[in-house]
Design a protein around this ligand. Sequence first.
Ligand code: TXA
Ligand code: MG
Length: 331
Amino acid sequence: MTVATISVPSQTLEADLPALLREPAKTLRDGGLVAFPTETVYGLGADALNSSAVARIYLAKNRPADNPLIIHLPDPAWMDRVAKQVTPTARRLAAQYWPGPLTIVLAAAASVPSLTLGGLSTVAIRVPAHPLARALSRAADTPVAGPSANLSGRPSPTAAGHVLADLDGRIDWILDGGPCALGIESTVVDARGTRPVVLREGVITREMLGIAKADAAPVGTAASPGTRHRHYQPDARVVIAPVDEGAEVARQLSVRRAVGFVGPISDLRGSAVHVLAQPLGALELGSVLYRALRQADSLGLDTVVVEAVPADGVGRAVMDRLHRAAGSLHS
Ligand code: TXA
Ligand code: MG
């Protein structure tokens, strides 16, 4: 069966969302799967407190069962529904960054099924900035477990079409809220102690969290279980070019192969290079990276050359994803 889609334009009033979401919210409530937009990437939602619904997520994505899911809430006040103990660190981070692209790890409440937690005793929680994501959870009146809505190993989906390409026939609904603003997944932070520990890099940086540079682990040493698995890889080979050298690397490789390029505006006249995106800086590269990798595959390209950005601030997160896409990092 093909998946049902509802398009929700960004100018839709929040007050109108419950009526629009009645059917998908009921499906979620009844144990079905509903893909939804967030400000980072699209999520694949199921009732986080229903073990058989959550089992369907792992099946649809081919996801390893030891990779826990993030739980999405409509309101920080719901944290007590899924966390055993909300620490002062967590309260502070939630007040500062929610709704937004920050996932907070705490001790799990007994109500959360082990499958949602990938067998851990901790739970990862976030309140997304996208109104549709929050409205879905509220309309279904349950916390929503939601990994990125891609097949495991593929680049995360940043538009409804990417979800359709990977999961058509495997899920019940797609809520189409247009392209995702940020394009890379949330920062994951362990907030059980007095100081936050970053488990996965994201747009909310170590600097923003007040973590001194000296404390910063090198890229790739994060401890989030999902960061162990192969990730974000298109069929095309991904080549990371040094800063300022992307266009030249692409031009040279394109003599023998079908090559795509992602990097700052460059003169590629007279070459056969397909320019996939021309981001300026790390934040913009993050927002177009997964889309460009998927586009390279749709065009049947052999190689994608992506020009590196300095690995500080948001650049750390973007370079982490890029190294994984290139297969040069799977710690
Ligand atoms: O931006 C995002 O975080 C998106 C949107 C949909 O919210 N979600 C997302 O989910 O990226 P996923 O499943 O693709 O990645 C979740 C990451 C994985 O690396 C997973 O191992 C980690 O969060 N994680 C989940 N629960 C955890 C826990 N209890 N402790 C440590 N890491 C956890
Ligand atoms: Mg993912």
